[in-house]
Design a protein around this ligand. Structure first.
Ligand code: SF4
Length: 373
């Protein structure tokens, strides 16, 4: 019997397990005998009495996390095909083709002006504590390596010390620190610090602030939290902070300005608010307008990040990127992150990475064959 692709109803990510480990019904993940009186250690059991805790991978804020779904083909099944003839990234000369001489530098963007010493990018580390607490390593490491680092969503909006006037960001502590740390260690213009935005960041003018006040040249548009068509959630265990986020335009549940909710929180009836960000509703006209606005604000480079959507959305992303002169497109396999996507979505949402990137190649080739650049 083949093993199921998905492991459901129990995972270290949701701190759940089966009572009859080793004898589990594949379709539901339930114990083959679900016994009356079980305390409910599995996801179904735990969600019956601690519902929300089973939605996101745990413990929140101090993890990075990734899907455990076993696709028929994934990147671990692919090997690199070396060759005995010739060389790439170095002259085909035995005396020159030694390890420290290899050149992995890449140049890209519409004007080919983005230059990385190494061909990778960290694609979006946002307002979670795991990002904040490890920022020195991420920023300094990326900067001295000459690679790209993307500051994810909500960093300005979640910063209690940010100054917001008339609904727009005018000063920050966290975003400023993150950008400056990277800039201070950047060498000879290699690499880039990139600032992402979701619906709330856009309303707060976080990218305009980053461009105008922090000298950021590179900004990224995003079609939903975690490269999926969802909003992001964080837990807030402080009433004042929940009220501040509510004032800044976030959806905070339950309403922290409602006197009955305040009383219930102070009584200890519940201990955490949920801060949700909104789902972006993608329309071509608005997308084109936003690209124009960012360029007018001074953005030298504009990128787009997409990911776990259906094929037509990937086609849309690549077609619009070409049409509106996006400098590069990130297509995220969406199988992991800093834990702001629901655990089931990390496992069960969108096209698996190998197939997604195969489609990307086919769509790009089709446009290229028609003369697109
Ligand atoms: S509630 Fe049922 S399925 Fe869940 S762990 Fe207990 S016995 Fe197993």
């Amino acid at each position: 019997m083949s093993s199921p692709l998905s492991r459901v109803n129990s995972s270290a990510a949701t701190l759940t397990k089966n009572r009859t480990e080793g004898s589990v019904t594949p379709a539901s993940g339930m114990c083959v005998t679900c016994v009356d009186g079980c305390v409910g250690m599995c996801e179904i059991g735990k969600s019956a009495y601690r519902g929300h805790e089973v939605i996101y991978p745990q413990p929140f804020g101090v993890i990075t996390t990734a899907s455990e779904k076993q696709y028929p083909v994934d990147y671990s099944h692919l090997n690199i095909m070396g060759t005995a003839v010739g060389a790439q990234g170095i002259e085909a000369d035995s005396d020159k083709a030694i390890f420290p001489n290899v050149n992995l530098e890449v140049h890209f963007g519409n004007d080919n002006g983005i230059k990385y010493r190494l061909p990778w990018i960290i694609p979006g580390i946002g307002s979670t504590n795991i990002a904040k607490n490890n920022w020195e390593g991420l920023a300094i490491g990326s900067a001295i390596s000459g690679t790209g680092l993307t500051i994810g969503e909500n960093v300005a909006g979640m910063d209690p010390q940010a100054v917001i006037k008339n609904g727009r960001v005018v000063d920050t502590v966290d975003l400023k620190r993150r950008v400056k740390l990277y800039q201070d260690y950047q060498i000879d213009g290699y690499g880039a610090i990139i600032v992402q935005a979701n619906v709330e960041d856009t309303r707060l003018g976080a990218q305009e602030y980053a461009i105008e006040k922090l000298g950021v040249e590179f900004v990224e548009l995003k079609w939903g939290q975690g490269a999926k068509n969802i909003g992001g959630e964080v837990k807030v265990n402080d009433l004042k902070k929940a009220q501040m986020l509510h004032d800044r335009g976030y959806v905070v549940l339950p309403d922290p300005t409602d006197p009955a909710v305040i009383k219930a929180f102070e009584r200890g009836s519940f201990r955490e608010f949920e801060r949700h960000s909104r789902v972006g509703m993608v329309e071509e006209e608005a997308f084109a307008k936003r690209v124009e606005e960012l360029r007018a604000a001074g953005a030298k480079y504009v990128s787009l990040k997409t990911g776990a959507y259906r094929p037509v959305d990937l086609a849309r992303a690549i077609a619009w990127s070409v049409k509106y002169g996006i400098d590069y497109l990130t297509v995220d396999g969406a199988g992991g992150g800093t834990g702001m996507s629901p655990w089931r979505m990390m496992n069960e949402w969108g096209i698996p990475p190998v197939e997604l990137h195969t489609l990307l190649y086919r769509y790009a080739k089709r446009l290229h064959d028609k003369g697109a650049k």
